[in-house]
Design a binder for this molecule. Structure first.
Ligand code: HXC
Length: 524
């Protein structure tokens, strides 16, 4: 069409037509195929994610530049990704959403340029980026241009890390290079049964190693939520996943120079909960559910758990105290007695670092019998993984409040936001036991010579019991630590919410700066 001959109205009509074409992307047939799989289109996902009518699209007329394999004859406006900006609860967000109806959402040079433009904008404006992934990976027809495009995105993910929040939703295939951009972001969410992530797919695995495995078992949402921990969240549907992203963002600031939004709190800050006085069983070996404690003390009982299915011996997630967004890390006595192992240490370390990077205060609830002993854990590198958590807490400069509910033994005591790792307020319940190790283990070590001399088994047990009582009187309480000032106060459990809120209030103007350096060298 000779646009020079067109009237202004005809030009406007042409624009409207081009927009319609861009919105149709790969065409009605492919859109129907997408729906038939129980998946939304790229645009439908964005519409659901953002506040009504707030989406402004960019680069909708971009087309690929490839002329190999007859590709010059197959072009679609937008080239497989919808990008732009809009708001969530009135706050600016940049977004990209891969469009599976165009070459399976595969990544071309121009698609990379579109995504990079969005990421650069988000960095410039100091706003989060949400990436919705649904892609067959590198666009095969473009060869190394596509690989280079991925690296351009990776580099931006890396430079944006700790500056703006980056969230990845996986709503379709995500193979090869496509998994690494999400892995570089702060939070990953997968939809059940319609998404998967793996570096190499089942066919390649079979060819190389002979192993036969289904797509779902290799890289489905359930596997990554429970076993690998690659995904922080799994959602039953895309809708649920999108609502979760909106909620998750409400706990975060726009960037590392801001604070998270403070919500109006109608929950009384001095709410006393008698149930907490009875929640810890009298016997130290009987478990209880730490989540009950969390739900009882936070605003309106609302807790957004992160990594719910992975390393369940530690709980991490977001809540609010008097309207202020707070990261919670808590040992879970209900699962493996709340012991620290490789996976739980890594899980919590990453969460602590996210909160610290984005000025979100940390509450740590301690009931930990120690690090999990055994060759399995030692060979898996518990030393290095435990050190990650210690490093993360010791490095963190955000307000840190710690409450020890029951056990706090050995190295795990030091790691779990102890006073000496710059904990600001460290409280304990009267049921706290703070010591190098539990009574029976301690007596085995301290009394080994004496115990070897006692031949009568009944005598031996009697002697051990006596020694354990002696040991417990000295250490199985919070008062030795309180006498030394390592615990700032022993508090009544029912009053925990109020004491935590007061402690965070006292931290409001906290300023701690770490020594200048290029970057730290956290034990990876
Ligand atoms: C170009 C692709 C494509 C790709 C899919 N398509 N993947 N086009 N490059 N990588 C196209 C198909 O030709 C098809 O086009 C349309 O997208 C839909 O694909 P189908 O196969 O019909 O869909 P489905 O059966 O749902 O299977 C989806 C799929 C499969 C599982 C993603 O397409 C697939 O295995 N694709 C290849 C995945 C892959 O190996 N990617 C490279 C990873 S390596 P039509 O015209 O028919 O609609 C990598 C390296 C990056 O990414 C490294 C960076 C560090």
């Amino acid at each position: 069409m000779d646009t020079l001959q067109l009237t202004n109205q005809e030009r406007i009509n042409e624009l409207i037509k081009m927009r319609e074409l861009s919105k149709l992307a790969g065409g009605e047939k492919r859109i129907a195929a997408q729906h038939a799989k129980g998946k939304m289109t790229a645009r439908e996902r964005i519409e659901m994610l953002l506040d009504d009518g707030s989406f402004e699209e960019m680069d909708m007329f971009v087309t690929h530049r490839n002329t190999d394999f007859g590709m010059e004859n197959e072009k679609y406006y937008g080239d497989g990704v919808v990008t732009g900006y809009g708001t969530i609860d009135g706050r600016m967000i940049f977004v990209y959403s891969q469009d599976f109806t165009v070459f399976g959402g595969s990544l071309s040079e121009t698609m990379s340029l579109k995504i990079c433009k969005i990421m650069d904008m988000a960095m410039k404006m100091g706003a989060p980026v949400v990436g919705i992934n649904d892609s067959g990976g590198a666009r095969i027809q473009e060869g190394v241009k596509s690989l280079a495009g991925y690296s351009e995105i990776f580099e931006r993910n890396i430079l944006a890390s700790g500056v703006i929040p980056q969230l990845s939703a996986i709503f379709g295939p995500c193979a090869g290079g496509a998994v690494y951009s999400p892995a570089l972001t702060d939070f990953v969410l997968m939809s059940e049964h319609t998404s998967y992530m793996f570096v190499t797919g089942p066919k390649v695995i079979k060819a190389v190693t002979g192993e036969e495995i289904s797509t779902e078992d290799l890289g489905g949402a359930d596997v990554h939520a429970r076993k690998s921990g690659v995904t922080h969240f799994k959602a039953e549907s895309e809708e649920e996943g999108i609502m979760l992203i909106r909620k998750l963002l409400s706990y975060m600031p726009q960037n590392n120079l801001e604070e998270a939004p403070v919500y109006k709190c109608s929950d009384p800050i001095d709410r006393k909960e008698d149930i907490l006085n009875h929640i810890v069983p009298d016997s130290p070996n009987i478990p209880y559910d730490m989540k009950e404690v969390i739900h009882t003390i936070v605003d309106q009982g609302e807790f957004l758990e992160v990594h719910r299915h992975y390393a369940r011996n530690i709980i991490v997630g977001f809540a609010r105290f008097n309207g202020v967004s707070t990261g919670i890390v808590a040992n879970q006595p209900n699962y493996l007695a709340g012991v620290l192992d490789c996976d739980s240490s890594r899980k919590a370390a990453r969460f602590v670092r996210f909160c610290d990077a984005f000025n979100i205060p940390l509450l740590t609830l301690v009931d930990v019998p120690g690090f999990l002993p055994g060759s399995g854990q030692e060979y898996a590198g518990i030393i290095i993984h435990g050190a990650k958590l210690m490093f993360a807490y010791g490095e963190a400069t955000v307000p840190k409040v710690t409450v020890t509910l029951r056990k706090s033994y050995g190295g795990a005591h030091d790691v779990m936001s102890s006073k000496q790792l710059r904990g600001d307020f460290n409280y304990a319940w009267p049921s706290a036991e703070i010591a190098v190790m539990g009574a029976s283990g301690a007596i085995e070590v301290l009394e080994s010579r004496k115990l070897a001399e006692i031949t009568d088994p009944d005598e031996k047990i009697k002697y051990m019991k006596e020694k354990e009582v002696e040991y417990k009187e000295k250490f199985a309480n919070p008062f030795q630590a309180a006498a030394l000032g390592y615990i700032d106060d022993v508090i009544e459990p029912r009053n925990t919410r109020f004491r935590v809120i007061r402690a965070f209030e006292a931290c409001q103007n906290k300023k701690v700066v770490n020594p200048p350096r290029k970057h730290c060298n956290i034990p990876l």
